[in-house]
Write a protein that binds this ligand. Structure first.
Ligand SMILES: [Fe+2]
Length: 283
């Protein structure tokens, strides 16, 4: 196998492996090492069934269950919530067969609105458009480093409210209350359990409020943090190839999707690995 970095801020390509077969502990340790170093690893030229993809993901921990409530899921078989089809594909009646079918998707970290987020998200490219639909990954270790010292001190030890409404692809409006959606408080600065590095943990799609400030102040601080989190200098932008199997680390990277032509098919099969409760970085 060969590991080739794809940018200075994240993303590495791994070639020379066949993930449809069981992997040795030594090889799995190499994958983990590359993942911890590059945040996002991409295995090219894989052709995995859903079962094979789930089996490979199982090497990294217990399966994550998607956040979408069961009665709002469109997938015909989502393996008990383990599989999400991120696609604009429609069935014969013209109904979408999957989730977040079209358009741009703002930066977020999967399941940050739950106490136990997904640590890994694994996406397998079954069909990709000729243009558009790239996924961007922002390095939250570097985002943390880029926060001015004064702001770091102001936010040290604080939490932020993450909230998500599955009917929307924008930030949740807190005036609507929290009763009907999923939400939870998360540390603003988290410590990665494996690398021990500190990462910023807020996102444009899912972070609604910063603890200890009124709404106006919170919005102003959040706006500054999101500018830092979405700095193009800390983003790896992935152009999909069919048969890519990509694994991103939600504890230290945000992801977002660019728009793509509606008349082109895009299908990514997603599964996740359950993580642990987020660790607050030392103040
Ligand atoms: Fe996501």
């Amino acid at each position: 196998m060969k590991v080739t970095p794809l940018s200075a801020v994240g993303g590495a390509e791994i070639t020379g492996v066949d993930l449809s077969r069981p992997q040795s502990p030594e090889i799995l340790a190499e994958f983990e090492k590359a993942w911890n170093e590059h945040l996002v690893i991409i295995f090219r030229d894989q052709d995995l069934t859903a079962d094979e993809q789930l089996a490979f993901a199982g090497n990294f921990g217990p399966m994550g269950e998607r956040g979408t409530p069961a009665d709002q899921r469109r997938e015909v078989d989502d393996y008990g919530g383990a599989v999400m089809l991120v696609t604009n594909q429609k069935d014969d009646d013209g109904n979408y067969i999957g989730t977040i079918p079209e358009g741009e998707l703002w930066f977020h970290s999967d399941l940050s609105y739950q106490e136990i987020p997904h640590k890994a998200t694994m996406l397998h490219a079954v069909a990709v458009p000729d243009i558009g639909g790239n996924t961007m990954f922002a390095n939250m270790y570097l985002a943390y480093e880029n926060i001015p010292d004064g702001l770091k001190t102001k936010l040290a030890g604080r939490r932020a409210l993450h909230a998500y409404d599955f009917a929307m692809t924008e930030r949740y409006d807190l005036d609507k209350g929290l009763d009907d959606i999923q939400s939870c408080w998360q540390p603003i600065f988290v410590r990665h359990p494996d690398t021990s590095r500190t990462a910023l943990y807020v996102s444009r799609l899912m972070t609604a409020l910063i603890e200890g400030f009124d709404r106006a102040e919170s919005d102003a601080i959040l706006s500054d943090l999101l500018d830092i989190a979405e700095d193009p200098n800390i983003i790896y932008e992935h152009k999909w190839q069919t048969r890519d199997l990509l694994m991103t680390d939600n504890r230290c990277a945000l992801h977002a999707r660019r728009d793509f032509p509606k008349d082109q098919l895009r299908l990514l099969r997603r599964c996740t690995v359950k993580g642990d409760q987020s660790l607050a970085a030392a103040a």
